[in-house]
Design a protein. Structure first.
Length: 183
């Protein structure tokens, strides 16, 4: 490439006449976006992935039938035992399993998963971090939701019974507790 072509490209970007593309997505967010879009993944044939209370918690992370134990959702009777899908922590566990090549979050719920992560300040949050909801401080960890942060105030989310995995604003769930990263 000639120096003139390089200089022209720099000037076009600096002048704002060339659209600036979003930052390259890391592996976690690339996988999370593909799941939200219903693309084929190991363990899923493709298509929207429904929320299923307790789904995603088999020995091998990924969509599975859920459980009605502890279910308090609005759709009755509980559809989890006949719905192959993911709950919020099952989604986080599967995304991280696909991204890291092993089950780094392990079995359990959001309380167990958060203990395997490091909290990062909001100013240092990056796409691919997990966002937790509930109470997290030195004396107590009691969380009730997790999503995969994708930047710009949004997350890939398994929200509740009756929805598919999708993109939501961080404000879709109450009780934001912070950003957490696997190191």
């Amino acid at each position: 490439m000639t120096a003139v072509a390089v200089l022209t490209g720099v000037l076009m970007v600096a002048s704002g006449s060339v659209p600036i593309l979003p930052a390259t997505l890391n592996r976690v967010t690339t996988i999370a976006h593909a799941i939200a879009a219903g693309q084929y993944q190991a363990g899923w044939r493709g298509g929207g992935i429904p929320y299923s209370w307790g789904g995603g918690h088999d020995d091998d992370p990924g969509p599975s039938y859920g459980t009605c134990e502890g279910y308090s959702g609005a759709i009755l009777p509980c559809p989890a035992t006949r719905t192959r899908g993911l709950d919020c922590s099952g989604l986080a566990r599967w995304v991280y399993r696909l991204a890291y090549g092993r089950d780094v979050l392990g079995p359990g719920n959001t309380d167990e998963h958060i203990r395997r992560l490091t909290q990062v300040p909001a100013a240092k949050a990056q796409p691919g971090d997990l966002v937790f909801y509930g109470r997290v401080d030195e004396s107590k960890v009691k969380t009730h939701h997790v999503g995969v942060y994708i930047g710009q105030g949004k997350m890939i989310n398994a929200l509740r019974t009756g929805t598919d995995v999708r993109i939501d604003p961080l404000t879709a769930v109450k009780g934001f507790a912070g950003y957490f990263r696997y190191l």
